[in-house]
Design a binder for this molecule. Structure first.
Ligand code: V47
Length: 371
């Protein structure tokens, strides 16, 4: 690998690119302007090799997956963000709400198949009280104490704080007490106020999203971070988004993974186009290089598609998420990926990308290495 990167460095003609790459290879942090330069560069394979060089220093040849399940208890949502085709009004014929029994049945299915994690997020219905969110966590933990519960985005937690008139600290402590283990990264979208005013003007803003995560870290709850890209945001706004995450990670160290989410436009009010694979791979690569204090970068196979996710594993990503079983959010917006995959399929996907598949738990502890 060293030889490859040295060889590549010696051949790069763009002086500025070579200077930034030199910095990266010697382990120096790059700034926002340099990240933007990488983003704007069309040396895609070089960028991939550089990001992969960084990834290998952290994760070796391993690529992670988890046996998990997503559960979206309801799609009823007060916010109606323009980029989202999943959330609907209560009166919409597509509206649904799972009963506690339905939720527990899904957790049981996953548990009996060796599942390690349930990832629970949904719409935000105006008729749900704070207790309902706590109850879902509590009942799952009571019935399946071994199951790791990664639940409720910062947007949902902000909403809980609002309706219960409690602080983030109180809400997260009570969720933790009920059995919450980790918080997923959803709801970040793009932090820029300008872009947020266009795509999701009503829900919690960037400052509130980040404050929820900061509070969770302080209370010992690890969280993930996402970025929805490919809608109305600029490249500058993407880099600024990552920069805010990097600053918080410097402070707390509580983020486990960064997940760039490629926007899917079908059925959304915002419309627009799908991202190109070149953009997807650049975003993975730039995030791997820029977020030097994040251990993991996830190539989420649901938004990227399996094939681009495989290539992304050679462009700096080291994780593909999991078996998932029942993805609804991005499927509402047109993704053609499967709803879920078997362990076998994920292992093959990773092996065929030239990586060693490693089954992990939510906290990136190794469960099984498929060497
Ligand atoms: O917050 C909504 C995104 C997110 C669309 O933490 C869309 O491990 C693309 O956050 N096109 C939810 N994306 C999913 C999410 C996630 C997924 C996997 C793992 C983790 C983790 C988190 O989905 C939302 C939003 O940013 N989303 N609509 C759309 N049209």
């Amino acid at each position: 690998m060293e030889l490859t990167i040295d060889l590549l460095l010696s051949r790069v003609k763009d002086r500025e690119l070579a200077r930034i790459a030199d910095k990266v290879v010697s382990g120096e942090r790059i700034d926002e302007e340099e990240a933007l330069y990488l983003y704007k560069s069309n040396q895609l394979t070089f960028l991939g090799a550089l990001a992969e060089h960084v990834n290998r220093k952290i994760n070796g040849n391993r690529a992670y997956f988890i046996v998990n399940r997503q559960i979206n208890p309801t799609n009823v949502c007060v916010y109606q963000c323009d980029f989202c085709a999943f959330g609907v009004k209560k009166s919409d014929p597509r509206a649904y709400e799972m009963s506690m029994e339905e939720i527990l049945k899904k957790v049981e299915e996953t548990y009996s198949m060796g599942g390690r994690e349930v990832h629970i997020v949904g719409g935000i219905p105006s008729h749900w009280g704070y207790e309902r969110y706590l109850e879902i966590v509590r009942r799952i933990k009571e019935s399946f104490p071994q199951m790791v519960i990664k639940a409720w985005t910062a947007i949902e937690i902000h909403h809980m704080a609002k309706i219960s008139k409690k602080s983030y600290e109180e809400v997260i402590s009570e969720l933790k007490e009920a059995g919450l283990d980790a918080i997923p990264g959803g709801g970040a979208e793009i932090f820029s106020d300008r872009a947020r005013r266009i795509i999701s003007p009503n829900k919690a803003n960037a400052r509130e999203y980040l404050q929820v995560h900061r509070t969770a870290h302080r209370l010992g709850i690890p969280t993930n971070a996402t970025m929805l890209y490919g809608h109305v945001e600029t490249l500058e706004e993407r880099v600024e988004h990552m920069s805010q995450l990097r600053r918080i990670q410097d402070e707390t160290g509580g983020f486990q993974v960064f997940i760039p989410l490629a926007y899917w436009p079908e059925g959304t009010r915002l419309g627009g186009h799908r991202t190109t694979s070149v953009d997807d791979l650049k975003t993975i690569a730039v995030s791997r290089i820029f977020l030097d204090n994040f251990e993991h970068i996830k190539a989420y196979w649901i938004t990227l598609g399996e094939k681009v996710a495989q290539v992304a594993l050679n462009f700096g990503a080291d994780d593909v998420d999991g078996t998932i079983e029942e993805e609804r959010i991005v499927h509402s917006a047109g993704t053609k990926s499967a709803y879920g995959h078997s362990v076998d399929r994920l292992v093959k996907m990773i092996k065929r990308a030239g990586k060693t598949p490693v089954e992990r738990d939510t906290f990136y502890r190794v469960v099984k290495v498929y060497s």
